[in-house]
Design a protein around this ligand. Structure first.
Ligand code: FE2
Ligand code: FE2
Length: 237
């Protein structure tokens, strides 16, 4: 995927859109982890979740500030600052939701997501070599993500010493399933557009031609009604 990432980050507009999208994902993730800190009954995890949430919110700030700086440098050509890419833009935290799940489920999810994030940010850092400030941000965030990846695994092993590996595999499978659904939904969307476009050009043309032909056979103006139908209507039916 490295050439794809190079292509994505090579364009100024896409770079800005990506940074804005990352700021949103990191901010959402930070708020969710803050919620996890509120609901956990484990004091050590509460402290670690708080540190983690502060890191994610700082990442959101860093991405937002960098995208704003780039925009000040040169406004983007397109006015749409929404990333429509069906490729998994998330580096994990975008799928996070705190629904009163036990700590081991959240820790396994976070570990898998942070590992993916660390891998992604290492690639992004390498492909934005022409932009030292953005590169420095990825470098800094990457260090935090590696810490998040390691502490979540260590804590998972603490709270679930027997079956923590199985829990990680379960989280990995769930993540893969969500990715699959996202890609399939994007493909279904493309197929829907293709089929509707085809119907528009293939069916609508002949239908319009037949309608015009039928219209020519219709008499113009008022038409005399047959005598037996001439009575006043007494009811709707
Ligand atoms: Fe982060
Ligand atoms: Fe993180």
């Amino acid at each position: 995927m490295r050439p794809v990432h190079r292509w994505v980050w090579g364009d100024f507009d896409r770079r800005v859109r990506k940074l804005i999208a990352f700021a949103a994902v990191e901010g959402d993730g930070g708020r969710d982890i803050l919620r996890a800190a509120e609901v956990t009954s484990d004091p050590l995890l509460r402290r670690l979740y708080l540190e983690h949430a502060i890191d994610e919110l700082r990442h959101a700030d860093l991405f937002r500030q960098r995208s704003a700086a780039l925009l000040r440098l040169r406004p983007t050509r397109s006015r749409v600052l929404f990333d429509m890419s069906p490729l998994p833009g998330g580096h994990g935290l975008d799928d996070l939701s705190i629904k009163g799940e036990p700590d081991h489920v959240l820790l396994a999810f976070l570990h898998v997501a942070e590992k993916a994030a660390a891998g992604r940010f290492a690639v992004y850092r390498d492909v934005v070599g022409d932009d030292p400030s953005t590169r420095a941000i990825f470098e800094e965030i990457l260090r935090d993500e590696v810490f998040h990846m390691n502490y979540t695994y260590a804590q998972l092993a603490r709270v679930l010493p027997e079956t923590h590996r199985r829990q990680v595999w379960r989280a990995r499978a769930s993540r893969l399933w969500k990715r699959y659904l996202r890609i399939v939904a994007a493909v279904a969307n493309l197929l829907g557009i293709a089929v509707l476009t085809m119907i528009y050009f293939v069916v609508l043309g002949p239908f319009a031609w037949l309608a015009k032909r039928a219209e020519r056979r219709e008499p113009v103006g008022w038409t005399r009604v047959a005598q037996e139908d001439h009575k006043s209507p007494k009811s709707l039916y």
